[in-house]
Design a protein around this ligand. Sequence first.
Ligand code: ADP
Ligand code: MG
Length: 424
Amino acid sequence: EGAVYAEVRRPCRVMILVNPHSGRGQALQLFTGHVQGMLTEAAVPYTLVITEHQNHARELVRKADLSQCDALVIMSGDGLLFEVINGLMEREDWQEAIQTPLGILPGGSGNALAASVHHYSQSPPAWNEELLLSCGFMLCKGLVGSMDLVSIHLASRQRLFSFLSLAWGFVADVDIESEKYRHVGAIRFLMGTLVRLASLRVYQGRLAYLPVKEAPQLPKGSIKSNQPPSTPQHQSLCSSLPCRLIPNTSPNRNSRHNHNSTNSNHNTLTNSSNNAITTKRPETQSDGKTRAPEDSLLPGLDQPIPDSWTVVKEEDFVLVLAIYQSHLAEDLWTAPGAMADDGVIHLFYVTAGISRPALLRLFLAMEKGGHLACGCPHLVYEKVKALRLEPVSPQGMITVDGEMVEYGPVQAQIHPGLAKFICG
Ligand code: ADP
Ligand code: MG
């Protein structure tokens, strides 16, 4: 008893990774000015790591001894979290590594996850320092929830893991072209949008997706359907069961329960793996190692589209955007219904023929999540589990979580609740 109590009382050890060049280059100052004191007051021990170059964080978490670390927190934009998630998934022990709770402190110019997490906490909208304080407070509280990841296949057979978005066309162009305005902060996206609108173009390509099917309403007494559980069930299950973090001293975290954690010390943590979340576990190989999660919904990129998929008739697009969090940026509430672990890729596309003012109206309405109510016939929204995009235009940009990736055919599928994140 005593030993368990001592272990549970041990404060959570957090590794905080800061990208000093993110946003306006003030992430470190923002940390010392707004977060440090909060963590000290809450008695949360942490190690601060300042990244020295791109992929530094990725290499570091790929090799780190995660038993010494109860949470990985990113003080940057979304790009640094993308590095961390891929570093974790590249490990041999990825299955356990990806259970490490991830936190985000907005310090970049693109803080979509921070805005989404803040939104999930049902707090009124916040920006800049206020958003940072909200995320700092969540870190001190230490509640953990589940978050979907999306696995993304590129033409070179590379596979990436994404927590936020896959974009092609207008949104990807704005993402990358606006990086040169990073010094102005989050407003870079508005500037980029206006510049891109002036040179609006059409992108040719083919798009297909596997739609989410709501479980059919069965008449009473009928035979059980073999459909997977419907998304809303999954969503309410997970969101009603947030757990506290537990120090991961045990080699098998799943075996460590603590049901009598009655003290309200915010640094005490209970097992985040005990959620009723049912991410399918891959089988164990004979050597005891586990395979990276299989993408059971995806055929090879060179294989034909399965019959169960929907092929989009149009081949002229202004943008294609797959998003799995609510916000694409601090002031873009792109997927109003999205939850962190709803198991859904929210797919939006805008077909060619839309006027510049109509496209601008969509982006302006997006601040309050009102774009779907604009009645724009060029905007289409689908809930999907997987998708494939094959650009035909010889040149263009594709981004994953705001980072540019290889241009060419790409496909993706959702992995519900694969990651854990610090939430409110
Ligand atoms: P922002 O929101 O301002 O774009 P990000 O966190 O997305 O901030 O980081 C921008 C880019 O910087 C990402 O591609 C990330 O991988 C990279 N990066 C991370 N650490 C460093 C560093 N120390 N120096 C340069 N680039 C870095
Ligand atoms: Mg970025």
